[in-house]
Design a protein around this ligand. Structure first.
Ligand code: MTE
Ligand code: MO
Length: 267
């Protein structure tokens, strides 16, 4: 079972990247994307990423279970922020996220800034996985997106970086009944580099074959498949490399971590 899953993931990874890449190369030449240095770097690194994920799979790294299309839940509950407050997000929805940027910066050699359209043109992968929320519900969905590892390789992670911080667009109220530090705050999450580089860790732009809807994190969200629901940051705008988590928000590496949850939320 595990072997078959790995093998399929490997084939999907190789085939998917190769196909998408040749498609991208065509689009890129003689087109405005040529001016986008970040985008060019991502394409140049797609092959390096494929090799790296192949090595990971062959070395026996633990993969989250993947499911069949028939297992997809008819309804996937939305949780936490369902619609970020504020005019900026409202404007972004109204203009179909054309001015939304995803930046990769901090302890990197070459900061990257991508539009959602750029992200959609990058080599994507698709995985059907189960989401487990600590509140006691689970749901299976298919996610399509760009490996975070590919984005990191493109930006060139500096040797001193240890963590990857995901900044989100929403402010969430505390939930006093859960105890801990309950002031409202900006949602954010973070991962150790090894989990960010995991071949199933992606910035997803589609759920069940359709662009993400607002309740599920439009236009871009994190999927880190071997961890719990609260790590799956929605509305991601910025990916920041750092050597310590103490300088961010409450200092514990995430909105819920600052309120008492575990930082390493392995399933
Ligand atoms: N930006 C942001 N990301 C978030 C949250 C949130 O409130 N804001 N809630 C988290 C929690 S607790 C869960 S279970 C999942 C829910 O994702 P869904 O709304 O797509 O089901 O998103 C996680 N990521
Ligand atoms: Mo959750």
């Amino acid at each position: 079972m595990t072997l078959i899953t790995r093998r399929n993931a490997l084939i999907a990874g190789l085939g998917g990247s190769g196909l998408a890449l040749s498609g991208c190369a065509k689009i890129t030449f003689g087109d405005t994307l040529t001016d986008n240095a970040g985008f060019q770097h991502v394409l140049a690194n797609a092959e390096a990423w494929t090799l790296a994920s192949q090595r990971f799979l062959l070395s026996g790294g633990a993969m989250a279970r993947e499911y069949a299309v028939s297992d997809i839940s008819p309804r996937f509950k939305a949780n936490g922020t369902l619609y970020p407050t504020g005019e900026d997000y409202e404007d972004a929805v109204n203009e179909d996220f054309i001015n939304w940027r995803l930046t990769v910066d901090g302890m990197v050699k070459r900061p990257v800034s991508l539009s959602v359209a750029d992200v959609r043109k990058l080599p994507s992968q698709t995985q059907i996985t189960r989401h487990d929320c600590v509140e006691g519900w689970s749901a299976i969905a298919q996610w399509t997106g760009v490996p975070v590892g590919l984005l990191l390789k493109t930006a060139g992670v500096l040797p001193q970086a240890k963590y990857v911080v995901f900044h989100c667009a929403d402010n969430l109220d505390g939930e006093p009944e859960k105890g801990g530090m309950q002031a409202p705050g900006q949602y954010y999450e973070s991962l150790a580099l090894v989990d960010a580089m995991h071949p199933q860790t992606i910035i997803a732009h589609a759920q069940n074959g359709k662009p993400l809807d607002v309740a599920h994190g439009a236009p871009l969200r994190l999927r880190v498949e071997r961890q719990l629901g609260y790590k799956q940051a929605k509305y991601v705008q910025r990916i920041e490399l750092t050597d310590r988590l103490s300088g961010f928000y409450g200092g514990k590496g995430g909105y819920w971590e600052d309120r008492g949850y575990e930082w390493y939320a392995g399933i």
